[in-house]
Write a protein that binds this ligand. Structure first.
Ligand code: NAP
Length: 322
């Protein structure tokens, strides 16, 4: 699909990957419809999209409100005449020992991350089916394949999103809607404000687990995915963990539990128990980056990451044999 002149709806457009993706589509000449809860942030992104040459419409939306998401689709179609691309990126996360996580927070993660995507796909697909073409992009995570401790609800939703994409794809093919695609994107650790937004009941500050890459890499991958749809893509430095989780699940579990304990949760900085942005958005107009010093992907860094992963896996394997 050529991007210029297309209409793309992006949820989670006020921050991080969603924001970077909206800007990337606008730069390619698409009309973008921006959804998240923070109106002021969306208006700022809309202005940045227009400055890059795209048309933009901000529609404040809470993705847990199914009627609100249907209204988002209606507004997009009324303003621009069609919907070609729907990107589900709005999500929240929560860190905490299983029994210490308030159930209201656990449920909210499932509601936003999973039912929010369900609402998005239900709102978008009638337009795409009617046109006979279009792409739904569901932003999942490598955490949907490679489990980690203390983020049960997040990992569950990211795994379920992949299932949702697969099941929808099968249904569309049975219906003969061959021009309509549903794709999953699995980013590794990306430099966004997700970790500052997170609910946290661990007592330890949550931080991006290295290596960290820039959200623009994911945005570029999503643009390319819409051009040439594929079932599922993995983006970022931890991509080697996905095949490793299938071939050596025990080793991957050891790696991830050690990495999370060492790097995802600070050993020096504490954090008060807090529900983050789960039930209400953070103040301010948001940003693409989280200040975690994300790096660009290069061939050298890809090789270095693969070598480092190999070394960690070998060490874990050695330890599990002893
Ligand atoms: N950062 C990473 O390392 C990473 C890795 C793998 C996958 N991902 C995935 O990438 C996607 C984007 O995450 P991110 O890192 O960009 O996080 P982020 O910076 O925290 O952005 C999350 C977005 O979701 C919106 N949102 C939260 N609750 C919402 C609700 N109830 N209704 C509507 N919008 C809501 C937020 O805006 P408002 O607060 O204004 O509503 C924000 O725009 C998520 O699906 C995440 O799981 C991220």
């Amino acid at each position: 699909m050529r991007i210029k002149g297309r209409v793309a709806v992006v949820t989670g457009a006020s921050s991080g990957i969603g924001r970077a993706t909206a800007l990337a589509f606008a730069k390619k000449g698409a009309a973008v419809v921006l959804a998240a809860r923070r109106e002021e942030a969306l208006e700022e992104v809309a202005g940045q999209c227009r400055a890059r040459g795209g048309q933009a419409l901000a529609v404040p939306t809470d993705v847990t409100d199914d009627e609100g998401v249907e209204e988002l689709a209606r507004r997009a179609a009324a303003e621009f005449g069609r919907i070609d691309v729907w990107i589900n990126s709005a999500a929240v996360t929560a860190f905490g020992p299983f029994r210490e996580m308030p159930l209201a927070d656990f449920r909210r993660v499932v509601d936003v991350n999973l039912m929010g995507y369900v609402h998005g796909a239900r709102a978008a697909l009638p337009y795409l089916r009617e046109q006979g073409e279009g792409v739904v992009v569901n932003v999942s995570s490598i955490a949907g394949v490679v489990a980690q401790p203390y983020t049960h609800a997040y990992g569950m939703t990211k795994s379920a999103i992949r299932m949702l994409s697969t099941s929808l794809r099968q249904e569309l093919r049975l219906e003969g809607a061959d021009g309509v695609h549903v794709c999953s994107v699995l980013p590794a650790t990306i430099d966004t404000p997700l970790f500052q937004h997170a609910a946290n009941y661990t007592g330890r500050k949550a931080q991006a687990m290295p290596p960290v890459y820039i959200p623009e890499s994911v945005a570029r991958a999503i643009v390319n995915l819409v051009r040439v749809p594929r079932r599922e893509i993995v983006v970022g430095p931890g991509r080697g963990l996905v095949p490793l989780a299938k071939t050596a699940p025990g080793v991957t579990e050891r790696i991830m539990r050690a990495q999370v304990d060492r790097f995802h949760l600070s050993r020096t900085e504490t954090a008060p128990a807090d529900s983050g942005n789960l039930h209400r958005p953070m103040p301010g107009t948001g940003s693409v980056h989280g200040g975690w010093h994300g790096r660009r992907r290069t061939a050298v860094r890809r090789v270095a990451a693969a070598v480092a992963l190999g070394a960690v896996a070998a060490a874990c394997l050695g330890r599990s044999r002893r």
